[in-house]
Design a protein around this ligand. Structure first.
Ligand SMILES: NC(=O)c1ccc[n+]([C@@H]2O[C@H](COP(=O)([O-])OP(=O)(O)OC[C@H]3O[C@@H](n4cnc5c(N)ncnc54)[C@H](O)[C@@H]3O)[C@@H](O)[C@H]2O)c1
Length: 355
């Protein structure tokens, strides 16, 4: 049996308890402490997960030699300071989405982890759900063929956030999933965003994001706080099959349609393209069986494995950075009436920072 790693959860608000519960239940981890500026919240959570230590001072927590890693569930604007402090104290870090509140800060965090040889992982929780793991597997094995489009919808009556618009609140989920399932990750050259604020809330409450992908494919993300109906769906069209993920249908979350459109290549002669015949294939629909497990449990296991094997986590800091790069370009596009805006690449800049 491998020795357990020890972890402290920083932030005992809404999301921290979910992390604490999963680390505490994990065979890979020993949950050693809870830290929150609010001592009462930290103490209540510490008691609930088995009387672990309580800290209200992050610096004091980070001085402890018996803690290998921290899991950060504080508000996004604090991620940069908390994560840098933890990395500088030699701790591996998993941090809640979004990785930081700006791409520049995220870049600094990723560079710091790389320089110190520590794991920096983003908790892109959805990526560890059985449905998304299966989608990634099906795409990787070529079951859908070449990807043509991704259409993601995440709408319901949501809380209008005081500090971020609907893109920054909801689209990190869609973007991190798209980054995870695309074999080469999400590296668009440009994006366009259109938003609406019909109630005068002061920020976009409805958002449409268009992301051109490789080889002429395209992704579209619709996020919305004002929809009375809740929809969480993603349609992924490929040359061989089309996959529909309906996250609100536990009986059949994923359906794979063996149907599609074929372009008769022989008639595409470059001279008379309009004569190209389109034919429709109508085949079966099937629904893969999905294992039952909690996403955060799988996330905690991946965090431990990435540390033990000294390899990048599946949703590493760079994945978080790619999501932020798209969000920042989307914000620029919003300010320019939906014009396509270039997306800054994560990796080349990181190499420049390191050299
Ligand atoms: N993965 C998901 O699906 C998911 C879901 C919800 C929230 N989140 C993320 O989790 C994070 C926390 O969100 P929340 O809704 O739990 O926030 P919250 O406001 O409910 O809780 C944050 C807690 O952090 C504490 N805190 C703030 N600064 C601190 C510091 N420097 N040191 C120690 N404690 C500090 C606060 O006292 C508070 O108790 C955010 O990044 C959010 O985006 C992720």
């Amino acid at each position: 049996m491998t020795t357990q790693l020890s972890v402290a959860v920083v932030g005992a608000g809404y999301w921290g308890p979910n992390l604490a519960r999963n680390f505490s239940a994990s065979r890979d981890w020993r949950l050693a402490a809870i830290c929150d500026l609010d001592g009462a919240k930290a103490a209540a959570l510490a008691e609930k997960v088995g009387h672990v230590d309580v800290h209200t001072d992050l610096a004091e927590l980070l001085e402890r030699d018996d803690i290998d890693a921290v899991a950060v569930a504080t508000p996004a604007r604090t991620h940069h300071a908390v994560v840098l402090a933890a990395l500088r104290a030699g701790k591996h870090v998993v941090v809640e989405k979004p990785l930081a509140d700006s791409r520049e800060r995220a870049l600094e965090m990723v560079a710091e982890a790389e320089e110190r040889g520590l794991t920096l992982m983003a908790d892109h929780t959805y990526c560890y759900t059985p449905a998304v793991l299966k989608i990634r597997e099906l795409i990787a094995e070529g079951a859908l063929g070449e990807l043509l489009f991704i259409d993601s919808v995440r709408i319901n009556l949501g809380l209008v956030q005081p500090d971020v618009d609907v893109f920054w609140d909801l689209a990190p989920h869609d973007l991190s999933i798209i980054d995870f399932i695309l074999p080469n990750g999400l590296r668009p050259a440009e994006v366009s965003a259109q938003g609406a604020d019909p109630l005068g809330a002061g920020r976009s409450c409805i958002g449409y994001l268009t992301v051109p992908l490789e080889n002429g494919a395209i992704a579209h993300v619709h996020v919305n706080w004002l929809s009375p109906t809740k929809i969480r769906s993603m349609v992924i069209g490929g040359t061989k099959r089309t996959l529909v993920w309906d996250d609100l249908n536990p009986q059949q979350r994923i359906s794979v349609y063996d149907r599609g459109v074929d372009l008769d290549q022989q008639s595409v002669d470059g001279v008379n393209r309009t004569a190209a015949a389109i034919s429709y294939r109508l085949g079966d629909t099937w629904s893969p069986a999905l294992p039952e497990h909690e996403a955060l449990g799988a996330m905690a296991a991946e965090f431990a494995t990435s540390i033990r094997e000294g390899r990048a986590a599946r949703t590493d800091g760079l994945a978080g950075l790619r999501v932020l790069s798209v969000l920042e370009a989307a914000s620029r596009s919003l300010g320019r009436a939906g014009r396509m805006e270039p997306v800054e690449a994560a990796e080349p800049i990181l190499t420049a920072v390191a050299s």
